[in-house]
Design a protein around this ligand. Sequence first.
Ligand code: MSP
Length: 502
Amino acid sequence: MKASFYVTTPIYYPNDLPHIGHAYTTVLADVLARWHRLKGSNVFFLTGTDEHGLKLQRAAEKKGVKPKEFVDRMVPEFKKYWRLLEISYDRFIRTTDVDHEEVVKKALEKLYSKGLIYRGVYKGWYCSSCEKFYSEDEYEEKEGKKICPIHVKELEWVEEETYFLKLSAYQDQVLKLVRDTDIIHPRGYAREIASKLEKEGLRDLSIARPKDRVYWGVELPFDDRYVVYVWIDALLNYLTGIGYGRDGRFEEYWSVVHHVIGKDILWFHTAIWFAVLLMLDVPPPKKVLVHAFIINRGLKMGKSVGNVVMIDDMFDRYYSADSVRYLLMRLLNLEKDVEFDVELLDNMYNGELADTYGNLVRRVGVLSLKKLKGVVRRRELDEELSRTSREVIGEVLELMDDYKISESLVKTFDLLRATNAYLNKTKPWEVEDPEPSLYNAIEATRIATNLLNPVMPSITKKVADALGFEIVEVDKLKYGGVKEFLVKEAPILFKKVKSRTS
Ligand code: MSP
């Protein structure tokens, strides 16, 4: 039976265009989706937009339009960028989708009928950009003002009648899931949440907003004067996306769900989400895969800081989706923030993509056409290249299953470098019988290209077409597996960028 794989991105706030921070998460999720397709699994990949709440309401008001009109205008922009980056999602969910609003209402009804929701008064300091309340030990103080540590802006005092969700009743169960299972990855993040739970506990959460303050949201099914708190609305998208409550595929995909998120929204996706799922009698996610930030000049990218790098900026410099995707994944670090450093990216682009991969493909292409009229038959296999290929396949399989994408790219490039060195050594341009050398070089190029396919879907397809092979499922990938290559052309894959320092 085919294995299944379900991967999600956070649903992004469409109050602004997505930038490379959002692309970082989305490309990571896409690479996992493509990797699992390449492993022959049934894959479902969900992304989308988080459209309700105060932040969106205010963004729309600022533009002088209704919230729905505003988000309707923004969604095509997100879809455009994801198309540009070749994001292969199966569904783009919007929290304003009818089926999602139904799921939110049904879930809230269930929680209410189980006696898990009660009325009360909430008082606290709120950041509308984070859409969350900040406690005394979380906010910062400057000149007597309470400041959001993430957006560096003043918090607002909110005091209102609301409804609470009894998260506290689930504290012990949640702590066990966080501490004693391997759901949260990498484990440093699990320790962080466990220690927060141990220190502060899991407090009941205000899950309603009075409509006279926040009108833009899903109405509470048991009190029409309120809308549902945007984070509860948003988290439930992961259930809606695969047909919760109405589709047989739900069980299949839910049991293998991987939530890819940035570390800023870890608490919501663990403490709060695990408790909500327990309340709904839905099993916890299989994985919450957390990554750190891309930072610029030491700070998380943000409009107020003025250090945002847009997706267009990346395309202007590195031309194609494949190279942008490669560079983002090459930078990827789950544990540590990485600085956006153009010089470093230029060097990776020129040195790895253009000089190593591009050059190799061009060389084997040109030589095959010139020396063998493009027909390269299988000859004796080179032992060393064959062994290196086998090792690289094995290591990449392990690394990818451990979410070590950057490391797996480095490994694959070791094979490409070895192949370039092999060409230098065997010199097919001057020997009488160049076929053994060219066959082995193309074969190793094929193996590497196949492994690079999830990260660079178009360029690898272009290489496969030019050199005359197919991208195959990874378990069918074997050195010497191709009898004959009919090489059609020798494409130039990457145009070099002028490095700022050169
Ligand atoms: N709408 C919520 C998520 C709800 S999910 C049920 C939200 N949206 S967001 O638009 O603010 O996106 C946050 C996510 O964008 C982060 O978790 C991360 O995945 C990504 N990133 C935004 N900036 C980033 C960086 N500078 N670096 C890396 N990822 C970043 O929160």
